[in-house]
Design a protein around this ligand. Structure first.
Ligand code: NAD
Length: 480
C-alpha cells in the first residue's frame, strides 16, 4: 500500500499537504501503509458538504436512492477479494473471515436500500371534518459516524448504508488503524453514483474530530461504535448540543450452558464465537457459565477446540485465527491472564504471546476464574475464555446480569420453559439460544445498560435515522 489512505470530502479524494500516520501490519508490526489526517478545515468542509448535499439526497425519490445503493452493494461484492486482502494486511484476520465480512456488508447495503423505500408515515383520524393529519418520517439530517477497527467494513457499512437508505448524508470517521479497506468501501458508494457530499470520509485524531464534528451546526445526529468510556463521552457532547445519538458500545456477554444442553453444539459454537476475529468482537461470549454437571465435559471440549486453532498470518492457508489488531490488545491480554491466575484461576491452555513479531496471542481457556478477576468485569476483547460453574439457573442469571454491560447473551438448553425464562430475565439487548442468531441486516443489533442505546439493523436501525414530522391541514377534499 504505497499511497496514504486518503480522505473523501465533497466528492474528492484528498491527501496532499496533510499529516500522515503509520498503519501497522499486526502480523509483523511493520509499516503497511499510511493514513491521511484531516485538518480542522477538512472537517468543516466535510460537515458543510454533508449539509449542502442533504436537501437533494433526502428529497430524491426513495426508489432512485435505493437503485444507487444497490449498485454500491453490487460493486462491493465484485471487489470483495481485493478489499479483503487490504483488510488482512491492516487488521490481521484470516482472509476467509475478511471476505465473509465484505460480502456480508453488501447484504447490509441491500437491506438499507430496500427498507428506505418502506419508511411509511401514517394518517391519523382527525377530530374535525376536512382535516388531514399526517405523521411523516423524514431523514434526520447529516450524521457524524464513528466506526471501529475490529470489523473495518461491516461496522462502517452499518452507519453509511443506514444513513443513506433513510435519506441522510454522513461524515464518517473510520478507524485510523484500518483505513484502506474503509477507503475502498467508500469508493463503492462513489462509483455507484452517490452524489458529491452525501458520503464524506475522514481520519485523524479521534478526539479532535469528534469534539469538532459533533457540535458542528451542520451535523444533526451521531452514531458511534466503540468502547463504553468513549461512548459516554461522545454521548455527553451530543446531549449538550441536543443531537440524537446511537451508541453501540462494548459488551461482556455471558454464555450459559444449562444442565440439559446439547453439549457438542455448545462447545462448537463457544469456540467459534470466542476465537473469531481473535475475540475482538463486541458481541463475543466472554463469560462462560456452565452447569456443574456439564462443566468437565465443556472444559475438555473447549480446550480441545482452542488447541485445534491454527494461529498465524491471515494470508496463510489454513490459518483460523490471526494476530490481535494492535499492541494495546496484546498488553491487555497479558494483564488479564496474570491477574486471573494471581487470583487462583487455572490456565488450561494458551495464556501467552506467540513469537516475538506481530501481535499473536494464543487461544486461551481459564477455569475457576473468580468473579472479581479483571477478566470477569472488564470487556476482554480478545481470545480468552474464562469458564466457571453454576448450580442453579437463578444463580447463572444473577451472574450474567451482575455487570453494567448488556449487549449480547447466549445460552444452550433443550427446555422451552428455560429458554423463555432466559429470554425474559437476561438484561441484554440480544439473546441467542442454541445457535448464533444475531447481527443479520434485518434484525435489530444493539444493547442496553452501559452497552448503549439505539439499534443498527432491522427496521429499528432505519428508524434511528429518521425524525417524525406532524402536519395538520384543513380544507383538502372535504368540508372547509
Ligand atoms: P478506545 O476506547 O481508545 O477506542 C475505541 C474506538 O473509539 C476506536 O475506534 C477509536 O478510534 C475510537 N475513539 C477513541 N477515542 C475517540 C474519541 N474521543 N472520539 C471518537 N472516537 C474515538 O479503545 P481501543 O484500544 O481502540 O479499543 C479497545 C476497546 O474498545 C475494547 O476493549 C472495546 O471495549 C472497545 N471496542 C469496541 C468495539 C465495538 O464493536 N463495540 C469495537 C472496537 C473497540
Amino acid at each position: 500500500m504505497t499511497e496514504a489512505a486518503p480522505l473523501y470530502i465533497a466528492g474528492e479524494w484528498a491527501s496532499q499537504g496533510r499529516d500522515t500516520a503509520v498503519v501497522a501490519n499486526p502480523a509483523t508490526g511493520r509499516e503497511a501503509g499510511r493514513v491521511t489526517h484531516a485538518r480542522t478545515e477538512d472537517l468543516d468542509r466535510a460537515a458543510e458538504a454533508a449539509a449542502l448535499a442533504f436537501r437533494g439526497w433526502s428529497r430524491m425519490a426513495a426508489y432512485d436512492r435505493s437503485a444507487i445503493l444497490r449498485r454500491a452493494a453490487q460493486l462491493l461484492r465484485e471487489r470483495a477479494e481485493p478489499i479483503a486482502r487490504l483488510m488482512v494486511a491492516e487488521q490481521g484476520k484470516p482472509l476467509a473471515e475478511a471476505k465473509g465480512e465484505v460480502i456480508g456488508s453488501a447484504d447490509h447495503i441491500d437491506w438499507a436500500a430496500e427498507e428506505g423505500r418502506r419508511l411509511y408515515g401514517r394518517v391519523i383520524p382527525a377530530r374535525a371534518p376536512g382535516v388531514l393529519q399526517i405523521a411523516r418520517k423524514e431523514a434526520i439530517g447529516p450524521v457524524a459516524g464513528f466506526s471501529p477497527w475490529n470489523f473495518p467494513v461491516s461496522q462502517a457499512v452499518r452507519k453509511i448504508a443506514g444513513a443513506l437508505g433513510a435519506g441522510c448524508t454522513i461524515v464518517v470517521k473510520c478507524p485510523e488503524e484500518t483505513p484502506y479497506s474503509c477507503v475502498e468501501l467508500v469508493r463503492c458508494f462513489a462509483d455507484a453514483g452517490v452524489p458529491a457530499g452525501v458520503v464524506n470520509l475522514v481520519f485523524g485524531q479521534p478526539a479532535q474530530i469528534s469534539e469538532h464534528l459533533i457540535p458542528h451546526p451542520g451535523i444533526r445526529m451521531i452514531s458511534f461504535t466503540g468502547s463504553v468510556p468513549i461512548g459516554k463521552h461522545l454521548g455527553e457532547i451530543a446531549a449538550r448540543h441536543v443531537k440524537r445519538a446511537t451508541l453501540e458500545l462494548g459488551g461482556h456477554s455471558p454464555f450459559i450452558v444449562c444442565e440439559d444442553a446439547d453439549l457438542g453444539s455448545a462447545v462448537k459454537l463457544a469456540a467459534m464465537l470466542k476465537y473469531r476475529n481473535a475475540g475482538q468482537v463486541c458481541a463475543a461470549p466472554s463469560r462462560f457459565y456452565v452447569h456443574e454437571s456439564r462443566y468437565e465435559g465443556f472444559v475438555t471440549g473447549l480446550v480441545a477446540a482452542a488447541k485445534a486453532i491454527k494461529l498465524g498470518q491471515g494470508f496463510e492457508e489454513g490459518v483460523t485465527m490471526g494476530p490481535l489488531a494492535n499492541p494495546r490488545r496484546l498488553t491487555a491480554m497479558e494483564r488479564f491472564v496474570a491477574d486471573a491466575t494471581d487470583r487462583g484461576a487455572r490456565l488450561q491452555t494458551g495464556g501467552r504471546r506467540r513469537g516475538n513479531e506481530g501481535n499473536f496471542f494464543e487461544p486461551t481457556v481459564l477455569t475457576d476464574v473468580p468473579e472479581d478477576a479483571a477478566l470477569m468485569v472488564e470487556e476482554p476483547f480478545g481470545p480468552i475464555a474464562p469458564v466457571t460453574a453454576f448450580s442453579s439457573l437463578d444463580q447463572a442469571i444473577a451472574k450474567a446480569n451482575a455487570l453494567p454491560f448488556g449487549l449480547a447473551a447466549f445460552a444452550f438448553t433443550r427446555s422451552f420453559a428455560t429458554a423463555e425464562t432466559l429470554s425474559t430475565e437476561l438484561e441484554s439487548g440480544m439473546v441467542s439460544i442454541n445457535h448464533f442468531g444475531i447481527a443479520a441486516p434485518e434484525t435489530p443489533f444493539g444493547g442496553m445498560k452501559d452497552s448503549g442505546y439505539g439499534s443498527e439493523g432491522g427496521i429499528e436501525g432505519m428508524e434511528a435515522f429518521v425524525t417524525t414530522k406532524f402536519t395538520s391541514t384543513l380544507g383538502l377534499g372535504g368540508a372547509s
